[in-house]
Design a protein around this ligand. Structure first.
Ligand SMILES: CC(=O)SCCNC(=O)CCNC(=O)[C@H](O)C(C)(C)COP(=O)(O)OP(=O)(O)OC[C@H]1O[C@@H](n2cnc3c(N)ncnc32)[C@H](O)[C@@H]1OP(=O)(O)O
Length: 413
């Protein structure tokens, strides 16, 4: 329900300045609006909504990216990526976010997108709306010259260039789109790609312009890393530059080895700060001394099942299962109740309503958390968040919901 005195309106590109004004109220930003207006803007205008008291002044905003054909375990689904959520401080805590979430769910379901994904500005916000923490990522600060375990890379070459949309958009899109990892959302529109590859100083934060290291086999690109070095000299007059890696993409272990080796061997630098890595990223296995890289982890993708049967039948399971789940869902009651889920390993699954007694009882938030295979049911049961009603299905269902590849997204949307 829209709070009294406000109404929802669709926004067009002509409202970009107003959108940026509101966004800088929600996310304070030192950059002048004029310079932001010059940057490529990737807002999906046909999916951008505001709340306003009078049609002009904007009190709140939300949008969603159309992440079509996004990898989920053993399949691909159309996912709605909630983004640009902001409420003017004057209007906060009056139910505007709650109203925008209802609107987002309704619009996504109308477009037949069974899942919503987001990055949370603050992790305490979205659980109440049924989003579960579905992917965690790690970041490493790797000392220059850190030793990697050997992997053959003789057939590979590399080149390093300044990022440019014209030269690199296709290569980046092709390689990024070829990754089949749960939760790996791609930048599907030209504007998204232009913004990602943009070399505006506004995005630099004291770093050099964006560079790209491209690994090739027989002159064909097989992996890339986008990075920027940050200049620094320490008190003793020694160079202390940091290499910040925005994204490293390759499906091949040997290519990952080559790219990390080159990034770890750049002159004047003392460390490499990785981007967000999956918890099973090859670098964690390649580093001889992973502890020296000071790994830290963070919450990453939050996932909400909007259409439970479509979402559960849209992924595969890594072990056979026949289980009855009793699900609660305060926001979308069509998902609530008992569901029988059956599947053979790595094959089509079936989901239907049932009157059979439930094996496991859980909220839609917990189902969202385990959906991509990055959080286990036993982990949540041990925290008291999943009830094992029959005492026979928790372990086997937990194994089935897992997946050989950990979920992650390579960029924040
Ligand atoms: C996917 C993304 O885009 S993430 C970006 C989110 N945006 C930001 O963080 C920008 C700065 N913050 C804001 O714009 C706003 O404060 C928002 C969007 C976080 C919240 O908007 P509001 O309109 O104030 O939220 P609303 O009044 O609908 O609150 C709904 C519930 O969420 C809770 N809530 C709201 N913000 C927060 C928060 N930051 N942390 C914890 N709980 C919160 C409220 O207490 C309320 O709880 P209740 O259901 O128990 O009553």
């Amino acid at each position: 329900m829209v709070p009294e005195g406000l109404h929802e309106l669709a926004l067009g590109e002509d409202r970009l300045r107003d959108v940026l004004e509101l966004d800088t109220w929600a996310f304070p930003n030192p950059d002048p609006i004029e310079s932001m207006l010059e940057l490529p803007n990737a807002l999906p205008w046909e999916r951008t909504w505001a709340m306003s008291p009078d049609g002009h002044q904007l009190a709140a905003l939300h949008a969603s990216y159309p992440f079509g054909s996004t990898p989920v375990p053993g399949g691909r689904l159309d996912i709605s990526g909630l983004t640009w959520v902001g409420v003017h401080p004057q209007w906060r805590r009056r139910g505007l976010l709650r109203s925008m979430i209802s609107s987002h769910f309704a619009h996504s379901l109308a477009r037949k997108e069974p899942i919503s994904l987001l990055f949370a500005a603050e992790p305490a916000i979205y659980g109440r709306f049924g989003y579960g923490l579905a992917a965690r990522s790690t970041t490493l600060t790797v000392p220059r010259g850190a030793e990697l375990r050997p992997v053959p890379t003789e057939d590979l070459t590399f080149r390093i260039e300044t990022v440019s949309y014209d030269a690199h958009a296709q290569l980046v899109a092709d390689l990024h789109g070829s990754v089949d990892r749960p939760g790996w959302v791609t930048r599907s529109t030209e504007q998204q790609q232009r913004r990602w590859l943009c070399n505006s100083p506004s995005f630099h934060a004291g770093r050099e312009t964006q560079r790209i290291l491209i690994a090739e086999r027989d002159a064909t690109p097989v992996g890339y890393a986008i990075f920027r070095r940050k200049p620094s000299w320490n008190d003793g007059g020694n160079p202390d530059y940091e290499v910040g890696v925005l994204e490293l993409v390759t499906p091949e272990a040997s290519v990952a080895h080559l790219i990390w080796s080159k990034l770890l061997d750049l002159d004047l630098t003392t460390k490499v700060q990785t981007g967000m890595l999956a918890l099973d990223d090859p670098l964690l296995s390649l580093l001889v001394d992973v502890r020296a890289a000071n790994p830290t982890w963070s919450d990453q993708l939050w996932l909400r099942l909007l259409d439970l049967p479509t979402a559960l039948a849209g992924r595969q399971y890594q072990a056979g299962l026949d289980v009855v789940l009793e699900v609660s869902d305060a926001e979308l009651p069509d998902n609530a109740g008992r569901w029988q889920l059956r599947a053979e390993p790595f094959a089509q699954a079936s989901v239907q309503r049932t009157d059979r007694p439930a094996d496991l009882r859980l909220d839609i938030r917990e189902l969202g958390a385990v959906y991509l295979g990055g959080t286990s049911l036993t982990e949540l049961a041990s925290a008291g968040l999943v009830a094992d009603l029959t005492g026979t299905k928790l372990a086997s269902t937990s194994v089935a919901f897992g997946w050989p590849t950990a979920p992650v997204a390579s960029w924040v949307f």
